[in-house]
Design a protein around this ligand. Sequence first.
Ligand code: SF4
Ligand code: SF4
Length: 192
Amino acid sequence: MPEFLGPVSGFGVTFGAMFKKRLTEQYPEEKKPTAPRFHGRHQLNRHPDGLEKCVGCELCAWACPADAIYVEGADNTDEERYSPGERYGAVYQINYLRCILCGLCVEACPTRALTMTNEYELADRTRESLIYTKEELLAGLEDGMVGAPHAMYPGTDEQDYYKGLVTEAAPGTQRQVARSQGEKPEEEEVGA
Ligand code: SF4
Ligand code: SF4
């Protein structure tokens, strides 16, 4: 190469790139859909009548290699029922400062209570806000669901729920008082 072209040739890559298609992504204004099986934020699922699928067994927490899950189980009662079986997840937390989104917890869950969504926007400004609580992780109510706590569909048992025989809340299903969460019946509130 002639010596006088030396300084100019250094711009060869620059000039070449100027005429290539731009790869800049306009995130966050334009968000690209993820792959369908992308591992994003978790979700705690419900049965079709609104009862929770989590039985508080802690298998997800034991399977987690990053020690990111904290679960406390508790007993259901006839007056305050969150899941069809004996136990439910009373406290459920996932620490997204630790989670590596590997999905091992989802594999460990025996009731398919825990799955992962495609949501990936998990940044925040405080450590506390990245510890997601049960209320934040619980799936929303869909048509035919009544929020827990409430009674099981009359005439069914726990197995019927897992066989898919319960497809919606029974007509007239009422939400019970969540005493374990500090709720009081209306008459107690009035008398207080
Ligand atoms: S995705 Fe992996 S790291 Fe995150 S909570 Fe589940 S098991 Fe733990
Ligand atoms: S999410 Fe699944 S594995 Fe974890 S405590 Fe609930 S039922 Fe057990």
